[in-house]
Write a protein that binds this ligand. Structure first.
Ligand code: GRF
Length: 194
């Protein structure tokens, strides 16, 4: 299975995925693509011998369809069977999502359907939740809303800050995403709960 990974920043989830796809694993990373030329993950991917590319969204200034057409064309060149959004911070329109329907996953740092969107950890703490976590889901046109393929949970501590919670959730993200992709690569989309 050919996997393209989309990032916007450090790419710690991309690294966890890339480092899991070795040996007998049926998937391989064929492209790491960022919308930001300075994304730290691009260098890390290149250091691992993974093809990288950048489709900078800034020259498209608000012309989202043009940006997404460039993104789509670059992805088509790589011919992925699966796209993994991993810390990719651009909202994708219905047109783009439908073109890759069923072949695009995302990891979101909350226990969806709770806390779609941003600032998930601060919101969970403010709500007095006893636990937080992360979700891998199929990407559908609605934001952070597609079928859930996996979740991992962490307890929220009494002296928790968004930063301390994010760090513990990130550890679980690096376990969950590779586990889900490994299962999806065998054609199995049953949900995983860690
Ligand atoms: C992670 O919390 C991930 O859930 C969110 O972006 C954050 C950074 O991810 N989508 P990464 O370190 O760039 O993979």
């Amino acid at each position: 299975m050919r996997v393209a990974i989309l990032i916007s920043g450090g790419g710690s989830n991309m690294l966890a995925l890339a480092d899991s796809m070795t040996g007998a694993h049926p998937a391989r990373p064929v492209l790491v693509l960022s919308n930001k030329p300075d994304a730290g993950g691009l260098e890390k991917a290149a250091a691992r011998g993974i093809a990288t590319a950048c489709v900078d969204h800034r020259p498209f200034r608000g012309d989202r369809p043009a940006f997404e057409a460039a993104l789509h064309d670059r992805l088509v060149q790589a011919a992925p069977d699966l796209i993994c959004l991993a810390g990719f911070m651009r909202v994708l329109t219905e047109n783009f999502v439908e073109a890759w329907a069923g072949r695009m996953l995302n990891i979101h740092p909350s226990l969806l359907p709770k806390y779609r969107g941003l600032d998930t950890h601060a919101r969970a703490i403010a709500a007095g939740d006893s636990e937080a976590g992360c979700t891998v889901h199929e990407v559908t046109p609605a934001l952070d809303d597609g079928p859930v393929l996996g979740q991992a949970r962490v307890p929220i501590r009494t002296d928790e800050t968004p930063e301390t919670l994010a760090a513990r959730v990130l550890v679980q993200e690096h376990r969950l995403y590779p586990a889900v992709v490994a299962r999806v690569a065998t054609g199995d989309r049953r949900r995983i709960d860690l």
